[in-house]
Design a protein around this ligand. Structure first.
Ligand code: HEM
Length: 511
Protein backbone atom coordinates (compact mmCIF):
# COMPACT_ATOMS: atom_id res chain seq x y z
CA UNK A 1 0.00 0.00 0.00
CA UNK A 2 2.73 2.40 1.13
CA UNK A 3 4.83 1.50 -1.93
CA UNK A 4 1.87 2.06 -4.25
CA UNK A 5 1.28 5.53 -2.80
CA UNK A 6 4.97 6.41 -3.23
CA UNK A 7 4.90 5.19 -6.85
CA UNK A 8 1.73 7.21 -7.59
CA UNK A 9 3.21 10.36 -6.03
CA UNK A 10 6.53 9.99 -7.92
CA UNK A 11 4.71 9.33 -11.20
CA UNK A 12 2.53 12.38 -10.63
CA UNK A 13 5.60 14.52 -9.94
CA UNK A 14 7.24 13.40 -13.20
CA UNK A 15 4.08 13.97 -15.24
CA UNK A 16 3.70 17.36 -13.57
CA UNK A 17 7.29 18.37 -14.37
CA UNK A 18 6.86 17.19 -17.97
CA UNK A 19 3.65 19.19 -18.43
CA UNK A 20 5.24 22.23 -16.83
CA UNK A 21 8.21 22.13 -19.20
CA UNK A 22 5.89 21.82 -22.19
CA UNK A 23 3.89 24.83 -21.11
CA UNK A 24 4.89 28.33 -22.11
CA UNK A 25 3.23 29.77 -19.01
CA UNK A 26 5.34 31.31 -16.33
CA UNK A 27 3.28 31.20 -13.22
CA UNK A 28 4.60 32.85 -10.05
CA UNK A 29 6.94 30.58 -8.07
CA UNK A 30 5.42 27.98 -5.81
CA UNK A 31 5.46 24.33 -4.79
CA UNK A 32 5.25 21.80 -7.61
CA UNK A 33 1.66 20.63 -7.94
CA UNK A 34 0.69 17.03 -8.61
CA UNK A 35 -1.63 16.47 -11.55
CA UNK A 36 -5.29 16.66 -10.60
CA UNK A 37 -4.86 17.17 -6.84
CA UNK A 38 -2.30 19.97 -7.10
CA UNK A 39 -0.78 20.79 -3.68
CA UNK A 40 -3.68 19.37 -1.73
CA UNK A 41 -1.54 16.93 0.26
CA UNK A 42 0.96 19.62 1.29
CA UNK A 43 -1.94 21.86 2.22
CA UNK A 44 -3.47 19.22 4.47
CA UNK A 45 -0.15 18.29 6.04
CA UNK A 46 0.87 21.86 6.78
CA UNK A 47 -1.89 23.33 8.86
CA UNK A 48 -2.52 26.10 9.74
CA UNK A 49 -2.63 26.91 6.05
CA UNK A 50 -2.09 30.65 6.46
CA UNK A 51 1.22 30.01 8.26
CA UNK A 52 2.24 27.47 5.59
CA UNK A 53 1.65 29.98 2.78
CA UNK A 54 3.73 32.65 4.53
CA UNK A 55 6.47 30.14 5.27
CA UNK A 56 6.60 29.17 1.60
CA UNK A 57 6.91 32.83 0.59
CA UNK A 58 9.82 33.19 3.00
CA UNK A 59 11.51 29.95 1.89
CA UNK A 60 11.21 30.81 -1.80
CA UNK A 61 12.00 34.45 -1.04
CA UNK A 62 9.13 35.65 -3.20
CA UNK A 63 6.51 38.37 -2.69
CA UNK A 64 4.16 36.56 -5.06
CA UNK A 65 3.43 32.86 -4.75
CA UNK A 66 1.32 30.45 -6.73
CA UNK A 67 -0.15 27.32 -5.18
CA UNK A 68 -2.28 25.12 -7.37
CA UNK A 69 -4.93 23.29 -5.41
CA UNK A 70 -7.15 20.71 -7.07
CA UNK A 71 -7.10 20.27 -10.83
CA UNK A 72 -7.32 23.92 -11.84
CA UNK A 73 -7.43 26.52 -9.05
CA UNK A 74 -4.40 28.76 -8.74
CA UNK A 75 -4.20 30.49 -5.39
CA UNK A 76 -1.93 33.52 -5.72
CA UNK A 77 -0.63 35.09 -2.50
CA UNK A 78 0.94 38.58 -2.55
CA UNK A 79 2.94 40.46 0.07
CA UNK A 80 4.43 43.33 -1.94
CA UNK A 81 2.54 46.67 -2.12
CA UNK A 82 3.44 47.50 -5.72
CA UNK A 83 2.35 44.05 -6.94
CA UNK A 84 -0.81 44.35 -4.82
CA UNK A 85 -1.51 47.68 -6.55
CA UNK A 86 -1.14 46.02 -9.95
CA UNK A 87 -3.94 43.67 -8.95
CA UNK A 88 -6.33 46.06 -7.23
CA UNK A 89 -5.57 49.36 -8.96
CA UNK A 90 -4.02 48.87 -12.38
CA UNK A 91 -6.07 45.79 -13.25
CA UNK A 92 -8.92 46.32 -10.81
CA UNK A 93 -11.51 45.51 -13.49
CA UNK A 94 -9.87 42.13 -14.20
CA UNK A 95 -9.74 41.11 -10.52
CA UNK A 96 -13.21 42.31 -9.60
CA UNK A 97 -14.83 38.95 -8.88
CA UNK A 98 -15.00 36.66 -5.85
CA UNK A 99 -14.66 32.88 -5.82
CA UNK A 100 -17.55 30.46 -5.66
CA UNK A 101 -16.79 28.63 -2.42
CA UNK A 102 -18.97 26.70 0.01
CA UNK A 103 -18.63 29.11 2.93
CA UNK A 104 -19.43 32.26 0.93
CA UNK A 105 -22.33 30.54 -0.83
CA UNK A 106 -23.95 29.58 2.50
CA UNK A 107 -23.38 32.91 4.28
CA UNK A 108 -24.71 34.95 1.37
CA UNK A 109 -27.66 32.56 0.89
CA UNK A 110 -26.65 31.78 -2.66
CA UNK A 111 -24.87 35.05 -3.45
CA UNK A 112 -27.61 37.57 -2.67
CA UNK A 113 -25.21 39.96 -0.83
CA UNK A 114 -22.37 42.38 -1.59
CA UNK A 115 -19.11 41.11 -0.17
CA UNK A 116 -19.32 37.50 -1.27
CA UNK A 117 -21.07 37.71 -4.62
CA UNK A 118 -19.03 37.14 -7.73
CA UNK A 119 -18.97 39.94 -10.28
CA UNK A 120 -22.40 40.43 -11.85
CA UNK A 121 -25.72 42.28 -11.69
CA UNK A 122 -26.55 41.15 -8.11
CA UNK A 123 -23.20 42.36 -6.76
CA UNK A 124 -23.55 45.73 -8.58
CA UNK A 125 -27.08 46.23 -7.29
CA UNK A 126 -26.29 45.34 -3.67
CA UNK A 127 -23.08 47.39 -3.67
CA UNK A 128 -25.04 50.42 -4.91
CA UNK A 129 -27.64 49.88 -2.17
CA UNK A 130 -25.02 49.55 0.53
CA UNK A 131 -22.89 52.49 -0.60
CA UNK A 132 -25.75 54.89 -1.36
CA UNK A 133 -28.46 53.93 1.12
CA UNK A 134 -26.74 52.35 4.11
CA UNK A 135 -23.19 53.64 4.27
CA UNK A 136 -23.90 57.10 2.83
CA UNK A 137 -23.01 60.30 4.71
CA UNK A 138 -26.64 61.39 5.34
CA UNK A 139 -27.51 57.98 6.83
CA UNK A 140 -24.30 58.05 8.87
CA UNK A 141 -25.31 61.42 10.37
CA UNK A 142 -28.91 60.33 10.88
CA UNK A 143 -27.81 57.33 12.95
CA UNK A 144 -25.34 59.22 15.13
CA UNK A 145 -27.64 59.38 18.20
CA UNK A 146 -27.67 55.57 18.32
CA UNK A 147 -23.86 55.47 18.18
CA UNK A 148 -23.69 58.15 20.88
CA UNK A 149 -25.96 56.03 23.05
CA UNK A 150 -23.55 53.09 22.71
CA UNK A 151 -20.49 55.25 23.45
CA UNK A 152 -22.16 56.28 26.74
CA UNK A 153 -23.22 52.72 27.51
CA UNK A 154 -19.58 51.65 27.21
CA UNK A 155 -18.47 54.04 29.96
CA UNK A 156 -21.46 53.16 32.11
CA UNK A 157 -20.70 49.47 31.87
CA UNK A 158 -16.99 49.81 32.69
CA UNK A 159 -17.78 52.09 35.68
CA UNK A 160 -20.34 49.60 36.92
CA UNK A 161 -17.88 46.77 36.59
CA UNK A 162 -15.21 48.72 38.51
CA UNK A 163 -17.59 49.55 41.35
CA UNK A 164 -19.36 46.27 41.71
CA UNK A 165 -17.10 43.43 40.69
CA UNK A 166 -13.63 42.19 39.97
CA UNK A 167 -11.78 45.37 40.96
CA UNK A 168 -11.99 46.73 37.43
CA UNK A 169 -10.75 43.61 35.71
CA UNK A 170 -12.03 43.88 32.15
CA UNK A 171 -11.97 41.27 29.40
CA UNK A 172 -11.20 43.69 26.58
CA UNK A 173 -11.88 41.14 23.85
CA UNK A 174 -15.36 40.28 25.09
CA UNK A 175 -16.10 43.93 25.77
CA UNK A 176 -15.07 45.21 22.36
CA UNK A 177 -16.82 42.38 20.50
CA UNK A 178 -20.00 43.18 22.43
CA UNK A 179 -19.61 46.93 22.04
CA UNK A 180 -19.44 46.72 18.24
CA UNK A 181 -22.22 44.16 17.99
CA UNK A 182 -24.49 46.17 20.32
CA UNK A 183 -23.78 49.17 18.16
CA UNK A 184 -24.46 47.51 14.84
CA UNK A 185 -27.62 45.86 16.23
CA UNK A 186 -28.76 49.25 17.45
CA UNK A 187 -28.32 51.00 14.11
CA UNK A 188 -29.63 48.02 12.15
CA UNK A 189 -32.57 46.74 14.21
CA UNK A 190 -33.16 49.73 16.46
CA UNK A 191 -32.46 47.64 19.55
CA UNK A 192 -29.29 46.69 21.34
CA UNK A 193 -30.30 43.22 22.42
CA UNK A 194 -32.31 40.28 21.15
CA UNK A 195 -33.19 39.29 24.72
CA UNK A 196 -33.36 41.23 27.99
CA UNK A 197 -29.64 41.80 28.46
CA UNK A 198 -28.15 41.83 31.95
CA UNK A 199 -29.08 44.09 34.84
CA UNK A 200 -26.05 46.32 34.32
CA UNK A 201 -27.05 47.05 30.70
CA UNK A 202 -24.83 44.47 29.07
CA UNK A 203 -25.67 41.65 26.63
CA UNK A 204 -27.17 38.43 27.92
CA UNK A 205 -26.85 34.85 26.75
CA UNK A 206 -28.75 35.41 23.49
CA UNK A 207 -26.28 38.09 22.41
CA UNK A 208 -23.32 36.00 23.52
CA UNK A 209 -24.58 33.09 21.41
CA UNK A 210 -25.06 35.48 18.47
CA UNK A 211 -21.54 36.94 18.75
CA UNK A 212 -19.90 33.53 19.10
CA UNK A 213 -21.75 32.36 15.98
CA UNK A 214 -20.67 35.47 14.04
CA UNK A 215 -17.03 34.80 14.89
CA UNK A 216 -17.40 31.12 13.99
CA UNK A 217 -18.61 32.22 10.55
CA UNK A 218 -15.67 34.59 10.24
CA UNK A 219 -13.20 31.86 11.16
CA UNK A 220 -14.52 29.49 8.50
CA UNK A 221 -15.15 31.97 5.71
CA UNK A 222 -12.70 31.54 2.79
CA UNK A 223 -10.87 28.99 4.97
CA UNK A 224 -9.43 26.77 2.20
CA UNK A 225 -12.17 24.16 2.42
CA UNK A 226 -11.30 21.07 0.35
CA UNK A 227 -14.51 21.03 -1.70
CA UNK A 228 -13.80 24.61 -2.86
CA UNK A 229 -11.13 23.13 -5.12
CA UNK A 230 -13.13 20.03 -6.15
CA UNK A 231 -16.52 21.68 -6.68
CA UNK A 232 -18.28 18.52 -7.86
CA UNK A 233 -17.79 17.12 -4.34
CA UNK A 234 -19.57 20.06 -2.74
CA UNK A 235 -22.78 19.16 -0.84
CA UNK A 236 -21.85 15.48 -1.30
CA UNK A 237 -19.13 15.33 1.31
CA UNK A 238 -17.84 17.46 4.17
CA UNK A 239 -14.22 16.29 4.51
CA UNK A 240 -13.00 18.97 6.86
CA UNK A 241 -16.31 19.48 8.67
CA UNK A 242 -16.51 23.14 7.64
CA UNK A 243 -19.94 22.82 6.06
CA UNK A 244 -21.58 21.54 9.23
CA UNK A 245 -19.94 24.21 11.37
CA UNK A 246 -20.95 26.95 8.92
CA UNK A 247 -24.55 25.81 8.61
CA UNK A 248 -24.92 25.68 12.38
CA UNK A 249 -23.39 29.13 12.96
CA UNK A 250 -25.51 30.72 10.22
CA UNK A 251 -28.62 29.08 11.68
CA UNK A 252 -27.86 30.63 15.08
CA UNK A 253 -27.29 34.12 13.66
CA UNK A 254 -30.44 33.95 11.56
CA UNK A 255 -32.49 32.50 14.41
CA UNK A 256 -32.13 35.88 16.12
CA UNK A 257 -32.17 38.21 13.13
CA UNK A 258 -34.74 36.83 10.67
CA UNK A 259 -37.80 37.07 12.96
CA UNK A 260 -37.08 40.78 13.48
CA UNK A 261 -37.07 41.27 9.71
CA UNK A 262 -40.36 39.36 9.32
CA UNK A 263 -41.97 41.29 12.13
CA UNK A 264 -40.82 44.62 10.66
CA UNK A 265 -42.22 43.75 7.23
CA UNK A 266 -45.52 43.06 8.93
CA UNK A 267 -45.45 46.40 10.73
CA UNK A 268 -44.88 48.28 7.48
CA UNK A 269 -47.53 46.26 5.67
CA UNK A 270 -50.28 46.74 8.24
CA UNK A 271 -49.48 50.42 8.83
CA UNK A 272 -48.06 50.07 12.37
CA UNK A 273 -44.83 51.62 11.17
CA UNK A 274 -44.82 54.84 9.16
CA UNK A 275 -41.42 56.34 9.87
CA UNK A 276 -37.89 55.04 9.34
CA UNK A 277 -35.82 54.60 12.50
CA UNK A 278 -32.96 52.31 11.50
CA UNK A 279 -31.15 50.58 8.64
CA UNK A 280 -33.71 47.80 8.47
CA UNK A 281 -36.45 50.37 7.79
CA UNK A 282 -34.30 51.86 5.04
CA UNK A 283 -33.81 48.48 3.39
CA UNK A 284 -37.47 47.44 3.64
CA UNK A 285 -38.85 50.70 2.26
CA UNK A 286 -36.39 51.00 -0.60
CA UNK A 287 -38.25 51.42 -3.90
CA UNK A 288 -35.48 51.35 -6.46
CA UNK A 289 -34.35 48.61 -6.34
CA UNK A 290 -37.01 46.86 -4.31
CA UNK A 291 -35.18 44.23 -2.25
CA UNK A 292 -36.70 40.87 -1.36
CA UNK A 293 -36.93 39.73 2.29
CA UNK A 294 -34.39 37.00 1.45
CA UNK A 295 -31.91 39.58 0.14
CA UNK A 296 -32.35 41.74 3.24
CA UNK A 297 -31.94 38.83 5.65
CA UNK A 298 -28.77 37.62 3.93
CA UNK A 299 -27.36 41.14 3.71
CA UNK A 300 -27.90 41.66 7.43
CA UNK A 301 -25.88 38.54 8.25
CA UNK A 302 -23.11 39.92 6.07
CA UNK A 303 -23.35 43.33 7.73
CA UNK A 304 -22.78 41.73 11.13
CA UNK A 305 -19.68 39.88 10.01
CA UNK A 306 -18.33 42.89 8.09
CA UNK A 307 -18.39 45.26 11.04
CA UNK A 308 -17.22 43.55 14.20
CA UNK A 309 -14.06 41.59 13.40
CA UNK A 310 -11.52 44.21 12.32
CA UNK A 311 -12.80 46.78 14.77
CA UNK A 312 -12.80 44.64 17.94
CA UNK A 313 -9.48 43.00 17.07
CA UNK A 314 -7.83 46.40 16.52
CA UNK A 315 -9.07 47.70 19.88
CA UNK A 316 -7.82 44.61 21.72
CA UNK A 317 -4.30 44.81 20.25
CA UNK A 318 -4.10 48.59 20.60
CA UNK A 319 -4.95 48.57 24.31
CA UNK A 320 -2.45 45.72 24.82
CA UNK A 321 0.28 47.64 22.97
CA UNK A 322 -0.56 50.81 24.91
CA UNK A 323 -0.27 49.06 28.27
CA UNK A 324 3.15 47.76 27.23
CA UNK A 325 4.19 51.17 25.92
CA UNK A 326 3.02 53.74 28.50
CA UNK A 327 4.58 56.48 26.34
CA UNK A 328 2.03 55.73 23.59
CA UNK A 329 -0.85 55.74 26.08
CA UNK A 330 0.39 59.07 27.45
CA UNK A 331 0.61 60.63 23.98
CA UNK A 332 -2.91 59.48 23.16
CA UNK A 333 -4.14 61.03 26.40
CA UNK A 334 -2.29 64.29 25.73
CA UNK A 335 -3.96 64.49 22.34
CA UNK A 336 -7.38 63.98 23.92
CA UNK A 337 -6.71 66.69 26.51
CA UNK A 338 -5.52 68.98 23.77
CA UNK A 339 -8.46 68.42 21.43
CA UNK A 340 -11.29 67.79 23.90
CA UNK A 341 -10.11 69.51 27.08
CA UNK A 342 -10.96 68.27 30.58
CA UNK A 343 -14.57 69.40 30.83
CA UNK A 344 -16.42 67.07 28.48
CA UNK A 345 -16.34 63.60 26.98
CA UNK A 346 -14.85 62.97 23.57
CA UNK A 347 -17.51 63.03 20.81
CA UNK A 348 -17.67 62.03 17.16
CA UNK A 349 -17.15 65.65 16.11
CA UNK A 350 -13.60 65.39 17.53
CA UNK A 351 -12.57 62.49 15.30
CA UNK A 352 -11.00 64.57 12.48
CA UNK A 353 -8.57 66.03 15.03
CA UNK A 354 -7.73 62.76 16.84
CA UNK A 355 -4.82 61.94 14.60
CA UNK A 356 -2.70 60.12 17.15
CA UNK A 357 -5.60 57.95 18.29
CA UNK A 358 -6.33 57.08 14.63
CA UNK A 359 -2.63 56.39 14.02
CA UNK A 360 -2.72 53.87 16.90
CA UNK A 361 -5.63 52.01 15.31
CA UNK A 362 -3.99 52.14 11.90
CA UNK A 363 -0.83 50.69 13.39
CA UNK A 364 -2.87 47.77 14.74
CA UNK A 365 -4.41 47.23 11.29
CA UNK A 366 -0.86 47.13 9.90
CA UNK A 367 0.82 44.91 12.47
CA UNK A 368 -2.08 42.90 13.85
CA UNK A 369 -4.80 42.47 11.22
CA UNK A 370 -7.74 40.27 12.16
CA UNK A 371 -7.32 38.03 9.11
CA UNK A 372 -4.04 37.06 7.45
CA UNK A 373 -5.50 37.58 3.98
CA UNK A 374 -7.87 39.98 2.27
CA UNK A 375 -11.01 38.23 0.96
CA UNK A 376 -10.03 36.59 -2.35
CA UNK A 377 -10.40 38.44 -5.63
CA UNK A 378 -10.86 36.34 -8.75
CA UNK A 379 -9.43 37.06 -12.19
CA UNK A 380 -12.08 37.26 -14.89
CA UNK A 381 -9.55 36.64 -17.72
CA UNK A 382 -5.98 35.48 -18.36
CA UNK A 383 -3.53 38.27 -17.69
CA UNK A 384 0.03 39.09 -16.65
CA UNK A 385 1.02 40.72 -13.36
CA UNK A 386 4.56 41.55 -12.26
CA UNK A 387 5.80 39.59 -15.26
CA UNK A 388 3.93 36.41 -14.29
CA UNK A 389 1.06 34.70 -16.00
CA UNK A 390 -2.14 34.79 -13.93
CA UNK A 391 -4.74 32.41 -15.34
CA UNK A 392 -8.44 33.24 -15.49
CA UNK A 393 -10.19 32.05 -12.31
CA UNK A 394 -7.15 32.47 -10.04
CA UNK A 395 -7.89 33.33 -6.41
CA UNK A 396 -5.80 36.36 -5.46
CA UNK A 397 -5.21 36.64 -1.72
CA UNK A 398 -3.36 39.78 -0.70
CA UNK A 399 -1.53 39.11 2.53
CA UNK A 400 -2.56 41.72 5.06
CA UNK A 401 0.03 40.17 7.34
CA UNK A 402 2.82 40.19 4.74
CA UNK A 403 2.09 43.67 3.35
CA UNK A 404 1.95 45.24 6.80
CA UNK A 405 5.25 43.61 7.80
CA UNK A 406 7.07 43.98 4.50
CA UNK A 407 10.56 45.32 5.41
CA UNK A 408 10.82 47.10 2.06
CA UNK A 409 7.69 49.09 2.82
CA UNK A 410 8.15 49.67 6.56
CA UNK A 411 11.14 50.55 8.69
CA UNK A 412 11.51 48.26 11.70
CA UNK A 413 8.23 46.57 10.72
CA UNK A 414 7.71 44.57 13.91
CA UNK A 415 7.74 47.65 16.15
CA UNK A 416 4.36 49.09 17.15
CA UNK A 417 4.93 52.73 16.28
CA UNK A 418 1.84 54.88 15.59
CA UNK A 419 4.06 57.85 14.76
CA UNK A 420 4.91 56.34 11.38
CA UNK A 421 1.37 57.23 10.24
CA UNK A 422 1.44 60.87 11.34
CA UNK A 423 1.59 63.27 8.42
CA UNK A 424 2.61 66.89 8.17
CA UNK A 425 0.94 69.34 10.53
CA UNK A 426 -2.68 69.98 9.65
CA UNK A 427 -3.18 66.81 7.59
CA UNK A 428 -5.67 64.26 8.86
CA UNK A 429 -4.65 60.66 9.43
CA UNK A 430 -6.92 58.37 7.44
CA UNK A 431 -7.19 54.70 8.41
CA UNK A 432 -7.10 53.64 4.76
CA UNK A 433 -3.96 53.22 2.67
CA UNK A 434 -4.55 53.45 -1.05
CA UNK A 435 -1.01 52.32 -1.80
CA UNK A 436 -1.73 48.99 -0.12
CA UNK A 437 1.29 49.13 2.17
CA UNK A 438 -1.27 47.84 4.61
CA UNK A 439 -4.82 46.68 4.10
CA UNK A 440 -7.44 48.36 6.20
CA UNK A 441 -10.35 49.11 3.87
CA UNK A 442 -8.57 48.01 0.66
CA UNK A 443 -9.01 49.86 -2.63
CA UNK A 444 -10.66 49.62 -6.05
CA UNK A 445 -14.16 48.50 -6.97
CA UNK A 446 -14.27 45.89 -4.22
CA UNK A 447 -13.08 48.35 -1.56
CA UNK A 448 -14.94 48.48 1.73
CA UNK A 449 -18.01 50.75 1.59
CA UNK A 450 -18.02 50.97 5.40
CA UNK A 451 -14.91 53.14 5.71
CA UNK A 452 -16.64 56.04 7.48
CA UNK A 453 -18.62 53.87 9.86
CA UNK A 454 -15.62 51.61 10.57
CA UNK A 455 -13.37 54.60 11.28
CA UNK A 456 -15.97 56.28 13.48
CA UNK A 457 -16.78 53.19 15.53
CA UNK A 458 -13.20 52.18 16.23
CA UNK A 459 -11.89 55.70 16.89
CA UNK A 460 -14.72 56.50 19.27
CA UNK A 461 -14.28 53.30 21.23
CA UNK A 462 -10.54 53.74 21.68
CA UNK A 463 -10.89 57.45 22.47
CA UNK A 464 -13.53 56.84 25.14
CA UNK A 465 -11.48 54.03 26.70
CA UNK A 466 -8.32 56.14 26.87
CA UNK A 467 -10.06 59.27 28.07
CA UNK A 468 -12.20 57.50 30.64
CA UNK A 469 -9.74 55.12 32.28
CA UNK A 470 -6.17 54.29 33.17
CA UNK A 471 -5.31 50.82 31.88
CA UNK A 472 -2.87 48.41 33.51
CA UNK A 473 -1.82 44.78 33.26
CA UNK A 474 -3.64 42.62 35.82
CA UNK A 475 -2.16 41.36 39.11
CA UNK A 476 1.49 42.06 39.63
CA UNK A 477 2.33 41.72 35.96
CA UNK A 478 4.34 44.53 34.45
CA UNK A 479 3.20 43.96 30.89
CA UNK A 480 0.81 42.05 28.70
CA UNK A 481 1.98 38.97 26.86
CA UNK A 482 1.33 40.04 23.28
CA UNK A 483 1.64 36.71 21.51
CA UNK A 484 -0.26 35.63 18.41
CA UNK A 485 -2.32 32.51 18.24
CA UNK A 486 -0.66 29.88 16.09
CA UNK A 487 -3.85 28.81 14.29
CA UNK A 488 -4.89 32.32 13.36
CA UNK A 489 -3.18 35.63 13.99
CA UNK A 490 -5.35 36.95 16.81
CA UNK A 491 -4.01 37.52 20.30
CA UNK A 492 -3.39 34.06 21.79
CA UNK A 493 -5.19 34.82 25.07
CA UNK A 494 -8.09 37.27 25.29
CA UNK A 495 -6.74 40.51 26.69
CA UNK A 496 -7.70 41.15 30.29
CA UNK A 497 -6.70 44.49 31.83
CA UNK A 498 -7.45 46.60 34.86
CA UNK A 499 -9.42 49.81 34.36
CA UNK A 500 -9.26 52.72 36.84
CA UNK A 501 -11.46 55.78 36.41
CA UNK A 502 -9.49 58.92 35.64
CA UNK A 503 -12.25 61.52 35.29
CA UNK A 504 -14.34 63.17 38.01
CA UNK A 505 -17.47 61.09 38.61
CA UNK A 506 -19.87 63.73 37.27
CA UNK A 507 -18.29 63.44 33.82
CA UNK A 508 -19.37 59.83 33.33
CA UNK A 509 -22.88 59.15 32.05
CA UNK A 510 -25.16 58.39 35.04
CA UNK A 511 -24.89 54.77 36.14
C1 HEM B 1 -12.72 49.10 10.69
C2 HEM B 1 -13.71 48.51 10.09
C3 HEM B 1 -13.63 47.82 8.77
C4 HEM B 1 -12.54 47.33 8.08
C5 HEM B 1 -11.08 47.37 8.49
C6 HEM B 1 -13.03 46.76 6.85
C7 HEM B 1 -12.24 46.15 5.90
C8 HEM B 1 -12.71 45.60 4.72
C9 HEM B 1 -11.88 44.92 3.76
C10 HEM B 1 -10.39 44.71 3.87
C11 HEM B 1 -12.68 44.52 2.75
C12 HEM B 1 -12.27 43.71 1.51
C13 HEM B 1 -11.93 44.60 0.35
C14 HEM B 1 -11.41 43.82 -0.83
O1 HEM B 1 -11.94 42.76 -1.15
O2 HEM B 1 -10.43 44.25 -1.46
C15 HEM B 1 -14.01 44.95 3.08
C16 HEM B 1 -15.08 44.72 2.29
C17 HEM B 1 -16.36 45.08 2.63
N1 HEM B 1 -16.75 45.75 3.77
FE1 HEM B 1 -15.58 46.41 5.24
N2 HEM B 1 -14.38 46.91 6.81
C18 HEM B 1 -14.78 47.56 7.95
C19 HEM B 1 -16.06 47.95 8.29
C20 HEM B 1 -17.15 47.76 7.49
C21 HEM B 1 -18.47 48.25 7.79
C22 HEM B 1 -18.85 49.09 9.00
C23 HEM B 1 -19.27 47.83 6.77
C24 HEM B 1 -20.74 48.10 6.62
C25 HEM B 1 -21.24 49.17 6.14
C26 HEM B 1 -18.46 47.10 5.83
C27 HEM B 1 -18.91 46.51 4.68
C28 HEM B 1 -18.11 45.89 3.74
C29 HEM B 1 -18.61 45.27 2.53
C30 HEM B 1 -20.06 45.17 2.10
C31 HEM B 1 -17.51 44.78 1.81
C32 HEM B 1 -17.49 44.07 0.47
C33 HEM B 1 -17.30 45.03 -0.70
C34 HEM B 1 -17.32 44.32 -2.03
O3 HEM B 1 -17.01 43.14 -2.10
O4 HEM B 1 -17.65 44.97 -3.02
N3 HEM B 1 -17.18 47.07 6.29
N4 HEM B 1 -14.00 45.60 4.29
Amino acid sequence: MFLTIIIIVITCIFIGRFLKKKSSYSLPPGPTPLPFIGCLIQMLLNKPIVRWIHKLMDQLDTPILCIRIGPSTHVIAVSDPSIACEFLKKQDEVFISRPDVMSAYLVSDGYRTVAMSPNGEQWRMMKRVLSQEIASMPVHKWLQPKRDEEADQLLRWICNKIEKQDGGLINIRAMSQHFFTNLIRNITFGKRFFGQGTEDGWPGEEETEHVVAVFTILKHLYAFCITDYFPWLRWKTDFDGHEKIMRNAIRIVRKYQDPIVDERYQMWNNGDRKEKFDMLDVLITLENPKLTPEEIKAQLVELMIATIDNTSNAIEWTIGEMINNPRILKKALEELEDVVGCERLVEEQDIPKLNYIKACIKESFRLHPFAAFNPPHVSTMNTTVAGYFIPKGSHIILSRYGLGRNPNAWEDPLRFDPERHLLEEGKQVMLSDNDLRLISFSTGKRACPGKTLGTTMSTMMLARMVQGFDWEAPGNEQSIELVENYDDICLAKPLVAVAKPRLPRHMYPAY
